[in-house]
Design a protein around this ligand. Sequence first.
Ligand code: RTP
Length: 152
Amino acid sequence: MSANEERSFIAVKPDGVERGLVGEILRRFEARGFKILALQLVHPSKELLGEHYKDLAGKPFFPKLLAYMQSGPVAAFVIQGKGAVKIGRAMLGATNPQDSAPGTIRADFALDIGKNVCHGSDSVESAEREIALWFPAGLKPYTRAVDAVIYE
Ligand code: RTP
């Protein structure tokens, strides 16, 4: 896979869906130049979330996190493009919205860590794992003429 084809898994969490922020968040990634490679509204099972957040299983906030993530549908999507993982995280902002830099999604739309609107993969390896988990049927790559204008 070329550098321009790096992928990240992004999710708008139930609070973001409830607040009607899906379009705004997708818009930001599209405007930056990323290709939306997959897009789905998911009602995640406890099993899916247990796997997704398996590194956090021992944390005191884990049960609250699972309840939050099951409080409504999640808008799951995959972005593709140069620097997708690092730029994706930067665009979301720090995990705790109290620390997020102005202009990031969490700073612009959230106040509490337990209602921080969105998720983004933290490494290329995590992205691969999360994409396989949330899109088990696989992805269908497609070409975009505009890539010739976005990339040098
Ligand atoms: P995410 O996976 O959602 O992108 O967040 P992250 O990597 O930046 O942060 P992580 O430590 O993996 O935490 C996952 C999510 O758990 C919730 N959380 N609550 N102290 C708390 O109450 C607490 N700490 C974390 C947040 O929703 C965080 O995004």
